[in-house]
Design a protein around this ligand. Sequence first.
Ligand code: USQ
Length: 382
Amino acid sequence: MKVLILGGDGYLGWPTSMDFAAAGYNVTVVDNYLRRNIAEATESDALLVAPNLRERASIFEGVTGKKINVCIGDLADPDFMFEVVRDTAPDTIVHYAEQPSAPYSMRGFREARQTFQNNLDVTFNCIWAVKELAPDAHIVKLGTMGEYGTPNIDIEEGWIDIEHKGRKDKFLFPRAAGSLYHTTKVLDTDLLWFYVRTYGLRVTDLMQGPVYGISTSAADLDPRLCPNFHYDDIFGTVVNRFLVQAVAGVPLTVYGGGGQTRGYLNLRDTLQCVRLAAEKPAEEGELRIFNQLTETFTVTELAERVRAAGNQMGLNVEIKSIPNPRKEKEEHYYNPAHSGLMELGLQPHYMTEAVLGSMLERIIENRDRIVESRIMPRVRWS
Ligand code: USQ
């Protein structure tokens, strides 16, 4: 299988690229370093040093003997997207190439516009390149659980049967996102659904919850192969942030009431889910949607877990609620279905104290690189 990974330099894109290459697939990764550039511009550099994509690919080849082809360029440019798809003739396209930060998308007009244009343009160009040049290719698109928001009913896997005035039909599950970034993913899903039902493309849209983790089988081979591990308020996801805060001696920043519930998953499980989806593709004319999470927690429960793991290692971890910079429900019902990926074969890695403890060890080794001014939220929704 020839796999083209769009956004192959990211927190998830790079480990995914190594995972496919290690499994023997022919892998090409594309990136324009958008996230690195935003991180530099917003003083949000990652905790661990991650060499650029060409260097990482060459280190990976040195360690494993497996090649990862690298293309640097902007997939929002249709000519570049078409050239890449024509040259690689992929069987599978994994699409991560989006501005992934909710806070960045809420920072102001310029950042919102950049997020909107980049995310929609890349998805649109990807759809057209597949439709014109590789119509049998399977697009595996990273969506987000945030597309659904936090409705007061059970969240189904992408679709819902509705009975209305005595008649029945099946629709995309209602969406109500909480940031402009999450809204671009809603729009992506609508675009994909239009082109799937009109032109018979094959697409899997993965509704992923917040991911945590540093370790993967390939990343553990050499410290320079680590993912981009962020703890800042722009790119850091909540579990990764709390663990760094625990090491820095900063009280864990629970936003508001702490009852916000999300579906979390270990980085290793992102890799499993994407590979399972790629190896068992959607049918022609199918938009297949999976909810990609393994466990749900409130923010307060996460903080308690990090405190327990930290205290076990001799850290003195405190928790402190701070005013919520976001507009989101702090107490709500949350019950997402997530059996589809388990049925495909997902074997979850749960958030145990040992998993958090090994992350803390790696962070402690790099504690000199923690910059405290990156921790407190700098972006407010209003
Ligand atoms: N939160 C805190 N304290 C913090 C950071 C976050 O209480 O210091 C809370 C947030 O208010 C939110 C929850 O933790 O209720 C999750 O926040 P997050 O920053 O980990 O996640 P989010 O901004 O929603 O985005 C992340 C990824 C995004 C992905 C999404 C999945 O950055 O790319 O799409 O997780 S989901 O959250 O299910 O939409």
